[in-house]
Ligand binder design. Structure first.
Ligand code: NDP
Length: 490
């Protein structure tokens, strides 16, 4: 039967019921308490303080982890220093073998890791299963390939590792951020001490088991759980030669100040307020998918999220109509259900921050749209939201919300689009949607953003460098560029 225009409009309005499709969790063993991973062993900590890590979708405690203190951090750094000489001298192809082994083990344990990531962080299982875990394995695989080719990567130079790297990561992509940090550091011959985020330490604990399974020499990787204080102790430890941080701009600045003059190398991957720019000649349905992926992926807990939609005035109306219709089909709920598009907000504190910024948007005069959506009674939830009537001066257009909230602005000319896109203290990413290749290149040359996606958004690949300008930080992770911060080049 031919589908008429009227018929297809009716189909588009139809809401499909989905039977629950929960991911099995009986294959996952989360321990009630974890120690610290130092010197190749999960051992007892010096600190007596512990804190619970909860499932943000249910508020139930999953496990208890240690709040590492000064002695714990010092032990971990000493273990890493002790391991450094032999790891740095190991033949590069043997170092590569360990990294390949880790990559294989991440793949083998991927179902377990995806469930742990989803339970601890609240992200939909289809995202942890299809994005976080495969990309983490790919990162180890990619940098394993570089371990014995450093002299080809940097010809006529003598690449040498730096020593112990102190790495602090956030809660939005816990295992992936761990992989972005640990894989290049190890490939370059450094040893590491890593502190995972307070709300999402569990995949790092599974990773510690993977290091043991891979028979990684003791001390090459050390993991100390804890809060901000633990992170601060780690980055300021005198034996740490290189600091790598991903998180808020505020903490990034604190770290920069704390280690200024110490001679430590530093890379910072901080916040963003990316513009996703749609021109009138763009394929609108595709652009709508890109906008949704840009801001609602991982509940908007993404540093490079396309949180400002800049749409050409002539198509604003049809685009917004399509976008609102698409929003009404997003399914919010149990993150372990394979049909879920929007999971739980990572923590109560983050939920309050999102609520506060959304309230400020309404107070300042923007118009809020939220599709009808039933929020579960327990846990931390926020519906997919979009604001129209937004002025560039509003807080929702300037500040990083780090939640599923889109601010829509319009423009008339490409020059105006560039000006508005660059009108932010951040500079991490941007997106351009247009039919014209020449316009993509014209825009990309003028935007102050580390990554510019063309007719797509939130695409990641280990071979591709990622990082920011301005208050989004400095240094690059991924690709050959990602090796540089971990090497001395003579
Ligand atoms: P933070 O920047 O506070 O946390 C990132 C990591 O740094 C965590 O492991 C944290 O530990 C640790 N940390 C905190 N204080 C210090 C310190 N003084 N020295 C060393 N390490 C420290 O981010 P939040 O979790 O507080 O999130 C706040 C906001 O930051 C979010 O709303 C979002 O806007 C932004 N953010 C941006 C991210 C990005 O990828 N660019 C990622 C995460 C957040 P602990 O977890 O124990 O606090």
């Amino acid at each position: 039967m031919a589908i008429t225009k009227k018929h297809s409009a009716e189909l588009a309005k139809q809401v499909f019921e989905y039977a629950p499709a929960p991911e099995a969790i009986d294959h996952v063993k989360i321990q009630p308490r974890y120690g610290l991973f130092i010197g190749g062993k999960m051992g007892a900590p010096h600190s007596r303080k512990r804190f619970p890590t909860i499932n943000p979708a249910t508020e139930k405690t999953l496990s208890e982890v240690v709040e590492g203190d000064e002695v714990d951090v010092d032990r971990a750094v000493k273990a890493a220093s002790k391991a450094f000489d032999s790891w740095a001298r190991l033949s590069p192809s043997r170092r590569a073998r360990y990294l390949f082994r880790i990559s294989r083990l991440v793949q083998e344990r991927s179902r377990e890791l995806a469930v742990v990531e989803t339970m601890d962080g609240g992200k939909p299982i289809k995202e942890s299963r299809d994005v976080d875990i495969p990309l983490s394995a790919a990162h180890f695989f990619y940098y394993a390939g570089w371990a014995d080719k450093l002299e080809w990567a940097f010809p006529n130079r003598k690449p040498r590792p730096l020593g112990v790297a102190g790495q602090v990561i956030p809660w939005n992509f816990p295992l992936l951020m761990l992989a972005w940090k640990i894989a290049p550091a190890l490939a370059a011959g450094n040893t590491v001490v890593l502190k995972p985020a307070e709300t999402t330490p569990l995949s790092a604990m599974v990773f510690a088991e993977i290091c043991m399974q891979a028979e990684l020499p003791p001390g090459v990787v050390n993991i100390v759980t804890g809060a901000g204080k633990t992170g601060s102790l780690l980055v300021t430890h005198p034996a740490v030669k290189k600091v790598a941080f991903t998180g808020s701009t505020e903490v990034g600045k604190l770290i920069q100040r704390a280690i200024a003059g110490s001679g430590k190398r530093l890379t910072l991957e901080l916040g963003g307020k990316a513009a996703n720019i749609v021109f009138e000649d763009a394929p609108l349905d595709q652009a709508v998918e890109g906008i949704v992926n840009g801001i609602y992926f991982n509940q908007g807990h993404v540093c490079c999220a396309g949180s400002r939609l800049l749409v050409q005035e002539s198509i604003a109306e049809p685009l917004l109509e399509k976008l609102k219709r698409r929003l009404s089909t997003l399914r919010l709920g149990d993150p372990l259900d394979k049909n879920t598009d929007i999971g739980a907000i990572n923590s109560r504190a983050q939920l309050e921050k999102i609520q506060g910024l959304v309230e400020s948007g309404v107070e300042e005069g923007a118009e809020l749209y939220q599709p009808e959506c039933v929020l579960p009674e327990r846990g931390f939830w926020f519906p997919p939201s979009l604001f129209t009537n937004v002025s560039q001066s509003y807080r929702i257009a300037r500040e990083e919300i780090f939640g599923p909230v889109l601010s829509v602005l319009t423009f008339r000319t490409p020059t105006e689009a560039v000006e508005k896109a660059n009108n932010t203290p951040y500079g991490l990413s941007a997106g351009v949607w247009t039919d014209k290749g020449s316009r993509i290149l014209w825009m990309a040359e003028r935007m102050r953003a580390g990554v510019v996606w063309a007719n797509t958004f939130n695409r990641f690949d280990p071979t591709s460098p990622f990082g920011g300008y301005k208050e989004s930080g400095f240094g690059r992770e991924g690709g050959v560029h990602g090796l540089l911060p971990y090497l001395e080049l003579n």
